[in-house]
Design a protein around this ligand. Structure first.
Ligand code: NAP
Length: 242
């Protein structure tokens, strides 16, 4: 892997993330928020309904590396239904590495769901760790082997209140949002995304798959490029909100 900017030269995912310490930069009323997406050159965020076929092994390494550097990970229900997550940091060695950095053993997994229509047989709900669901539904979740808490909101999930809850009630300093496109739109519309990690895979998908952001923004968000990496034609960008 090479770094194209700043300071062009050879690098690795590990070296790039080594100095990346989002937990040191919480806001007073919400966590530091980063979003991670992979897209094709034609801007699609899914191939065949899922994100897995977009990125390479280097993209998987970037995602796994990011997961070791945040207190919590957040996804929308659409992403949970499509991707059927398992335990967010599945590897014991990586969980121990988190602890050495002063992060909780497992990242808290936060899911935003209107209807609480989730794939309860997905491995996330049986493999351990901690799940927190923000929902507008009054339905009761089933019993799960993984520890599960539910925070209920009226009508729809108030994302600003959810971020405040994560900071004030759960001590979350840094939150990694892994999508999907509609949750991303809400986070950007609120001005709450500090960093955007975007992998651009040298592929075209076509079809009607969503882009990385699906929804209205009050105004175009201005970004600046914090770094750009390349490996075998795949680009790894990190943008900051200007
Ligand atoms: N390429 C990538 O990096 C990447 C990353 C993530 C996802 N994806 C792809 O994106 C697709 C899924 O897209 P999506 O837009 O449906 O995903 P999403 O944003 O994860 O999910 C949308 C759902 O989240 C819930 N939600 C979001 N905001 C809410 C609020 N304020 N209040 C209540 N509920 C809220 C709703 O759930 P309910 O339906 O339960 O009401 C809504 O239907 C999949 O194909 C997935 O593979 C790609």
């Amino acid at each position: 892997m090479r770094r194209l900017t700043p300071d062009p030269g050879p690098t690795t995912v590990e070296r790039q993330l080594d100095e990346y310490k989002p937990w040191e930069r919480p806001h007073e009323d919400r966590p530091f928020v980063a979003v991670n997406f992979a897209a094709t050159v034609d801007g699609r965020a899914a191939i065949g309904g899922v994100s897995g076929p977009i990125g390479s092994a280097a993209d998987t390494a970037m995602l796994a590396g990011l997961r070791t550097r945040f207190d919590a990970v957040m996804i929308g229900a659409g992403t949970m239904r499509a991707e059927r997550y398992g335990r967010i940091v599945g590897d014991q060695e990586q969980r121990e590495r988190r602890e050495r950095l002063g992060l909780p053993h497992d990242p808290l997994m936060a899911i935003v769901s209107g209807r609480l229509d989730l794939p309860w047989d997905a491995p996330l709900f049986s493999e351990g760790g901690q799940v927190l669901i923000f929902t507008a539904s009054e339905a009761e979740p089933p019993d799960t082997a993984t520890s599960l808490r539910v925070v209920r909101h009226e009508g729809k999930v108030d994302i600003a209140a959810a971020l405040r809850h994560l900071r004030a009630e759960r001590g979350i300093r840094a939150l990694l949002c892994e999508g999907g496109p509609r949750l991303h739109a809400e986070l950007q519309a609120g001005g709450w995304v500090d960093d955007l990690f975007l992998t651009i895979a040298p592929k075209l998908a076509g079809g009607g798959a969503p882009r990385i952001l699906e929804g209205e923004l009050p105004a175009a968000a201005e970004l600046e490029l914090a770094w750009l990496l390349e490996e075998e034609g795949e680009l790894f960008a990190r943008y900051r909100r200007r």
